[in-house]
Design a protein around this ligand. Structure first.
Ligand code: 4AD
Ligand code: MG
Length: 461
């Protein structure tokens, strides 16, 4: 037994030997006395060609199978005379496991990504989505490898939390279905239907506050998991459930944070180009023309770095007419971000030191008293893919800021404690995993890089 990947990568080694594979029919064409099947076993982007002839006792059955049919094939591995493949299997036995129904929707024609979204349970069997989801898996692995090689400790932060890390109120509440399952307490008649945990809880919007506590123990840490946001924004870049990578580094200021982010982005791109050449070739050819040039350009150059104030100046001096008026203090809109990354710098750019009023409470206040040590990484074609900052390490300053934005300090004692017991300069960021996948593959809708997307008014499958 071998995999199609082994056969294609190390073909010579298997020549003229008997091999056994199992998989699904991707294509079939048959004639009177012979036929060809492209069998995909899941191990590789492409399938392998199986030739079958009428010396097989079930030749008629094989000739009539439809796409998606599952089967076991035994045969001799030989050089192929045909175009389009170097090797093929000359079948000596084909055992059909299940003949797929004829109404299988993925017949051999092109389907729009939009249509494929409506059959998200079947779409990983197409070329495009097989490429997307193998790359997604490799990117996840590359990220772990990047951090583990530098001895970062991977922390599993909770999904159910009692805090709002971003202070933006965009949370999904956690409640129970069943009153009888709620633990009885002697506290009186609290409505525990809403309140299984004895306090209001929600799905996490970010693991940052929790991972910061582990940063104080392990120095360099990261969390990588699903996060949830009840933002009512129906865009191609927002999902209600998405994955985030959040490193946190101790005794490190914003510059080191940007260096780490830049190294990580480059590492991921390099890793995927090296480890998914067939998939990346597909994206470069069919999804984003010039993808390789773009990515190689990212690898070869330093990212740009500007302050928010400089960025606003660039926008004001540009001749561009923006829909949303530019002035110091505004939250940069996607048209502004795109202009900076795509037209002005033409490469990824870090924007730093945003006005404090448009950023989260935990960011370190600059000496000017107006801006914070924030950084967003804007990527051409995507916009913000990373948001991060140096954290406020001064207890008084942090508490003042929490009061300013009306955060209930009693819910954040674990967080302020870090500033009481050995406070230390530290920084971190969050990489939007799906946005990174979009950037690497050229896919333009976040719904097409997560297996079963959850967005407003849509949580099928
Ligand atoms: O900028 P954000 O909100 O930053 C944080 O959550 C910080 N706590 C991170 C940290 O410092 N540890 O989110 C980080 C990134 C964004 O840059 C974006 O790429 C992604 O998460 N993101 C989303 N991706 C998909 N759908 C959404 N609704 C997203 N919201 C944020
Ligand atoms: Mg952000």
């Amino acid at each position: 037994k071998v995999t199609v990947k082994e056969l294609i990568r190390n073909g010579e080694q298997f020549l003229d030997q008997e091999v056994q594979i199992s998989g699904w029919v991707r294509k079939i064409r048959s004639q009177k006395s012979f036929g060809f099947i492209e069998l995909n076993d899941g191990s590789f982007f492409n399938g392998i060609q199986v030739v079958f002839e009428d010396n097989l006792e079930n030749f008629d059955e094989i000739s009539r199978v439809s796409i998606a049919t599952s089967m076991y094939v035994t045969g001799t591995f030989v050089k192929s005379e045909g175009k389009g493949q170097s090797y093929e299997i000359k079948a000596t036995s084909v055992e059909v496991f299940q003949k797929a129904d004829l109404d299988y929707p993925l017949q051999n024609k092109r389907h729009t990504f939009e249509y494929l979204r409506s059959i998200a349970h079947l779409r990983p069997r197409t070329n495009a989505f097989s490429a997307v989801f193998r790359v997604r898996s490799l990117v996840a692995y590359a990220i772990h490898k990047f951090f583990q090689d530098q001895e970062f400790v991977y922390v599993h932060t909770p999904i159910i939390t009692g805090s709002d890390a971003e202070g933006a109120g965009e949370m999904f509440r956690v409640t129970t279905m069943d009153l009888d399952n709620v633990p009885k307490t002697d506290k009186g008649d609290i409505d525990y239907k809403e309140d299984f945990f004895g306090k209001e809880t929600n799905l996490t919007v970010s693991g940052q506050l929790n991972v910061e506590t582990y940063c104080a123990a392990f120095r360099n840490v990261y969390t990588f998991g699903p996060t949830f946001r009840a933002e009512n924004s129906n865009t191609t870049r927002h999902a209600s459930e998405f994955w985030m990578i959040e490193p946190e580094i101790a005794f490190a200021a914003l510059e080191a944070n940007m260096d780490l982010a830049e190294d990580m982005v480059k590492y991921i791109i390099k890793y995927v180009l090296e480890n998914a050449p067939e998939e990346m070739e597909f994206f470069n050819k069919f999804v984003e023309k010039g993808l390789f040039d773009k990515l190689n350009n990212v690898l070869a150059n330093d990212f740009a770095r500007v302050t928010y104030t400089e960025a606003v100046d660039i926008l004001l001096k540009s001749k561009k007419k923006f829909e949303f008026k530019v002035e110091w203090g505004i939250d940069l809109q996607s048209e502004h971000e795109r202009f900076l990354a795509e037209e002005h710098f033409k490469k990824p750019v870090f924007v730093t030191d945003y006005p404090k009023d448009i950023k989260a409470f935990y960011m370190k206040l600059n000496e000017d008293g107006k801006t914070v040590r924030a950084m967003d990484l804007l990527a051409p074609g995507i916009g913000e893919i990373i948001g991060g900052s140096q954290r406020e390490d001064n207890l008084e300053e942090l508490e003042r800021r929490m009061d300013e934005v009306n955060l209930p300090k009693e819910d954040y004692k674990f967080y302020t404690d870090l500033r009481k017991y050995g406070s230390f300069p530290h920084s971190g960021y969050g990489l939007g995993f799906e946005r990174m996948i979009m950037y690497i593959t050229g896919m333009t809708n976040i719904r097409d890089v997560i297996s079963f997307p959850r967005t407003p008014k849509s949580a099928e499958f």
